[in-house]
Design a protein around this ligand. Sequence first.
Ligand code: SF4
Length: 444
Amino acid sequence: MPLPVNADRAAPKISFVSLGCPKALVDSERILTHLRAEGYELARRHDGADVVIVNTCGFLDSAKAESLSAIGEAMAENGRVIVTGCMGAQPEEIRAKYPNLLAVTGPQAYESVVAAVHEAVPPVHDPFLDLVPPQGVKLTPRHYAYLKISEGCNNRCTFCIIPSLRGDLVSRPAGDVLSEAEKLVKAGVKELLVVSQDTSAYGVDIRYAASPWGDREVRAKFADLARELGSLGAWVRLHYVYPYPHVDEVIPLMAEGRVLPYLDMPLQHASPSVLKRMRRPGNQERQLERIRRWREICPDLAIRSTFIVGFPGETEAEFEELLAWIREARLERVGCFEYEPVAGATANSLGDPVAPEVKAERKRRFMEAQQGVSLRLQKARIGKRLPVIIDEASGTVAKGRSKYDAPEIDGSVHVTSRRPLRVGDIVTVKVERADAYDLFGSAV
Ligand code: SF4
C-alpha cells in the first residue's frame, strides 16, 4: 500500500501563545483543534517548533504592548511567526515593527491562520489516524471549559473598539452550542463558562431561530439555551450578561439550581450621565431595584461586575454617585479599571480627560468602599457548607472555587481535607475563615 503523503516525516510542531480575554482563548482552542486534526503537534517551546502562532489582544494599549512583546520574543527565539487575533485587524502596526512575519490575520480568521500554517509547514497526512480527541484540544484545564455562543457585538459603547475589530453579532445555532457542550461534559468537563461579547443578546441576529438538538428543537434564546445547558449535569456559569429585561428569565433557573447563581454583568458605571456618554447597552436605569428583585427570587445570587473610573469628563459628583451605588448594591465581586484611551474609540473626544492622579485616587476610593462590602459578604459565609470545585490539589491541601467564583477573575476557597483531593472534584466545604477575596475551610 502506498504511504500517505509526508507520512515518513515527523509531525510538524506548533508553538502557540494565547493572549487576551477568555474569548480569545476559545479562538485559540478552535485553531488548535483544527491543526491537531491535521496531525500537527504542540511544542512546549518556541525554539523547537516549526512555526509559532501568536494570538494577540488589541483591546487596550497595554494589551497591544504585551502582544508586540510576545511577537518580538517569538521572532527572536524562532523567527517563523504567524500573528492572529484582535491586533491582527491592524496589520500595519505589527508589520511596521516586524516586517518578516510569515502572516498576519485578523480575529476569527481561523481559515487564514490554518492556510498560513499549511504554507509554512505542510501537514503530515495520515488518513488512518484521527488525532483529535472528540472534545477538541483545550487550553483550559480539563475540568472547566469556555463555551463561546456568539462572535462580535451590535453595541457601540464609546470606549470600545471591539465591534470594529470583530464585527456585528453572529450567534451560533443553539443545537451547535449544545452538542459542543455535551461533548465537553462527556469528556469530563464539570463546569461550562458561557462567553461572548454580549451573552444576553444571543440569537437577536438570527431572530432566535430554532435548531435541532436531540429529539427536539431549541430556540437561540438566552434563557432557552441556559435551561438546556443546565440539563447537562455540569455547572453552568454565565459571563458578559447585560441588564436587558429578559435577563429576569434566567434568575428562576438559578433559584432552581439549573444554572449557577452567578451573573457576570460588566456595568462600568452607575451615574446615568456617564452611562449615557458610554452608550452602554441594556436598561441601566433603576438597576438597584432589579438587583433587589433578582435577590428576592434567588437569594443566593452572586453578581460580579467591572467599573471604569476617570471616564472622560467624569466629575467628582458623578464619581460619588458611583461610590454611593456600589455601597448600596453590595455586589459580591467587583473589578475597577482606570479609563485608558483606546486608539480609535469615540470616548476619547467626549469630555476633558481626567488627570492620572485623580483617576488613581478615585480607583483607590472605589476599591476601599468595595472591600468593606466584600469583607462583610465573605464573613457572612463563615459556618456555611458550600460545594467547591477543586482547581489545584496537592494531597490533602487544595484550592478551589465556590459557585460564587469564576476561574481567573474571582477569589478562591482554600481547602484542607482528610482524604486526598483531585482536580475537578466537587466537594462540600465547611467555611471557617474569610478575607475580602478568599475563603478557608475543610472538606466534610
Ligand atoms: S458591549 Fe460594548 S464594551 Fe462590550 S464588546 Fe460590545 S461595544 Fe464593546
